[in-house]
Write a protein of this length. Structure first.
Ligand SMILES: [Zn+2]
Length: 388
């Protein structure tokens, strides 16, 4: 068994320990110590990293009470080494994890919902509850957690005796009977957890619920605490400030301004589409009648306009009228005819122009990858019969 220094002192950043064993495992070495402050992966929290002697600790895992430190180079058995944690990372994880306990404790006390999923990544924390919560309820909970943080209440962790444990009402994900470690947020929560926590709630700084969504009959929310929350909020302020500057409106009026701009954009798109269709009608009107085929090539065109163009062209030609939107190698097409059964021709046409698609006897549509030249060659459009 490895002595878990983080259990009793979550703020221990440096320690000395004796190397018990060091075995090569693939590209890494698995090092065991007599004691450690490195927290192994567990309870939704990732493993600590840092340095041990002259080696980097890349991962830490626990197996039957023994903690394995996976390092990038070997250490000598029996040697006394100094371990140094990547403290900034660990502290931020403690802020987030302790914040999650406060939130889950309040959710359980107020609504009876259980925390059924917890992921603590760096800068990304999600919590799942087995009941639905509205935005208003989540805002109240967020405020309540931040009040509990400002009250700076004590957080204690201990291993109770069997009898003591049996008499306690605590939250737990696992049905553990032995070696249960409890984490108590004075006046707020009691929960079984193996991870290191802050000593007083003030260390959490703040808790922000970023967003929420329905998830498996309950709710999944993303949250951040402390320094992670500060950095996230700063990035959001900067983004809002930039939008506010671009639109020349106060920051809190940016949603209204963006909706206005999007509305204007929609109107312009509509006007542009109308103008394009008008130009197409003029083109079609200017076409002389022909017994052969007609081909049109346009850079950008929606399918509705393409169809209108084909309809106008069909009335002017004896063969097929084919309209293409896009560029060589990437076309969308609509082909129409008053006297050819295009549905039965679709396979042959597609084979010739590298296309896929189909439709009705009088009109087919799809996409193709041929060049404009190949398409014109196939439909027999050349010289003065070429139309744009
Ligand atoms: Zn926990």
């Amino acid at each position: 068994m490895t002595e878990k220094l983080y259990d009793m002192d979550s703020h221990l950043r440096e320690f000395t320990a004796q190397v018990r064993a060091c075995a090569k495992e693939g590209e890494r070495w698995a090092v065991t110590l007599d004691r450690t402050a490195f927290f192994p992966e567990g309870g939704g929290q990732s493993a600590d990293t840092g340095s041990l002697g002259g080696s980097r600790v890349l991962n830490v895992q626990e197996a039957s009470g023994v903690i394995l430190h996976y390092t990038d180079s070997p250490l000598k058995e029996g040697e006394t080494v100094r371990g140094i944690l990547d403290w900034e990372q660990r502290f931020r994880r403690m802020q987030n994890h302790s914040g999650e306990h406060l939130l889950s404790g309040l959710v359980h006390a107020r609504y009876g919902y259980r925390n059924v999923g917890f992921h603590l990544g760096d800068g990304d924390v999600t919590v799942d509850f087995d009941g639905e919560l509205t935005r208003a309820q989540l805002e109240e909970l967020e405020t309540a957690v931040n009040r509990a943080i400002s009250e700076n209440v004590a957080v204690t962790c201990w291993y109770p005796q069997k009898e003591e444990l049996a008499a306690l009402d605590y939250r737990s994900k696992l049905e553990l009977k032995e070696n249960v470690r409890l984490v108590k947020f004075e006046g707020y929560d009691l929960c079984a957890c193996c991870a290191p926590h802050v000593s007083r709630t003030g260390e959490i700084g703040s808790l922000h619920i970023l967003d929420h969504m329905r998830h498996r009959g309950g709710v999944r929310l993303r949250m951040l605490c402390g320094l992670d929350a500060l950095e996230d909020a700063r990035a959001r302020y900067l983004a809002t400030a930039e939008i506010s500057g671009l639109l020349s409106v106060p920051q809190l009026e940016t949603p209204k301004a963006v909706r206005r701009v999007l509305g204007e954009l929609e109107e312009l798109k509509q006007a542009l589409a109308d103008s394009r269709r008008q130009v197409l009608r003029m083109k079609a009107d200017a076409m002389p009648e022909t017994e052969g085929n007609l081909c049109f090539f346009e850079k950008e065109m929606d399918m509705l306009s393409l169809r209108e163009l084909v309809n106008a062209g069909m009335a002017k030609c004896g063969g097929v009228c084919a309209a293409f939107a896009g560029k060589d190698g990437d076309w969308k097409y609509i082909i129409g005819s008053r006297n050819t059964d295009l549905r039965s021709m679709a396979k042959e046409i597609n084979a010739a122009i590298g296309g896929r698609g189909g439709g009705r006897p009088e009109m087919i549509q799809g996409s193709c990858i041929a060049s404009r030249q190949q398409i014109e060659d196939y439909f027999g459009i050349a010289g003065d019969k070429k139309w744009n």
